[in-house]
Ligand binder design. Sequence first.
Ligand code: ATP
Length: 483
Amino acid sequence: MAGFAELGLSSWLVEQCRQLGLKQPTPVQLGCIPAILEGRDCLGCAKTGSGKTAAFVLPILQKLSEDPYGIFCLVLTPTRELAYQIAEQFRVLGKPLGLKDCIVVGGMDMVAQALELSRKPHVVIATPGRLADHLRSSNTFSIKKIRFLVMDEADRLLEQGCTDFTVDLEAILAAVPARRQTLLFSATLTDTLRELQGLATNQPFFWEAQAPVRTVEQLDQRYLLVPEKVKDAYLVHLIQNFQDEHEDWSIIIFTNTCKTCQVLCMMLRKFNFPTVALHSMMKQKERFAALSKFKSSIYRILIATDVASRGLDIPTVQVVINHNTPGLPKIYIHRVGRTARAGRQGQAITLVTQYDIHLVHAIEEQIKKKLEEFSVEEPEVLEILTQVNVVRRECEIKLEAANFDEKKEINKRKQMILEGKDPDLEAKRKAELAKIKQKNRRFKEKVEQALQRQKASGAGRRGCPSRAQPEACLSPAPAQGPA
Ligand SMILES: Nc1ncnc2c1ncn2[C@@H]1O[C@H](COP(=O)(O)OP(=O)(O)OP(=O)(O)O)[C@@H](O)[C@H]1O
């Protein structure tokens, strides 16, 4: 198998890899590094924890060493924590170059960032929102001459999720040169492949790991069917067992909202589990502190929203617990990918309620693997059920008293004002949108009912059915159609 030197990397970089314990290139590195060194755009799709970061950091550092200037490379990434992690890889691998990097993320001092940017760092690692803010408000730096544009977790940057990067990305893409190398990476690139191909047009090289299953082999994937109302008792039981059976352990638990994340964190602490929370309602400094305490094993449990589901590389994590079944298979893939990284073993347990079974089927179809059932001693869970529910309720009351929801609303309004939007107008727009959606839903239901009636009455022949069921005629009727 080819080593790093055979991929065309200089001896100083090969030595850096050796010092870091990277002996052999991983398949994604083997595939992508030569193409990037040749000057081609690259779309790299490989499983979580397979070394995608070094697959772009190494060739960029090589090119930078041949023609050093600032700003040479811009890396965009969806979360702040990930930006710091990528910067660290650049720093460690690029140490012999005296690499200057600059991290541009929200929640940190904007003036200090502007100053750093004006000093022409070699590499800028940014979240799109904050970088676009700098581009709009300052002319002390330029990204007009960058040689490399990297989009890590590229599909997330392009999709329109709860954080929509579209407007900011447009501003950034308008400010970078057309002649550049574009590198796009993710474990789930294929969903947005067409949009991504529009970005990488310079002899694009597409690399995808060929594997029958989309998650790593070392990952033991389980589900646990639990009634909604007793979910938390199962969670406490799982953690207790894990703590009893392992000496050195660490778990990430994913939840669907900031509020659940906060309540569960408080609850688990009441049971004396060393837990920290990570969600977007926390101040940035608190987020960094939480993550660093978890990384250094001061806390054994990190309870987080999907802000932590992508990219975070914490080798000690042995178990991922999904407190809610992810609504999208790709969210599942990224969440469970926080364990079993770089060849290590890991386990993922997804709590599934009676309402989520269809979501599990969708996940299994995407990952091309069946989840196995995780068995627990139910009497033991029942023993702690009342206590867990009482403690959870107490925590909820405490959080409500701290005006958590109100703070969330204020934060949202602040964010909109910062984005130049009118919060009241936005609320009106949202309400109108909800109305339209409801109308659409009703229309769809009507059509489905009509179809079913048509089927049941055996009148499913071509053309409009009998006069007795006029609503079953499904020819387009714009006046009734969705707005
Ligand atoms: N050639 C290599 N040999 C051994 N370990 C490696 C090698 N390349 C990278 N690693 C290690 O593998 C781990 C995972 O790498 P990385 O974070 O780049 O994964 P990824 O593919 O970006 O995952 P994700 O999709 O979750 O973001 C890191 O700890 C990294 O140091």
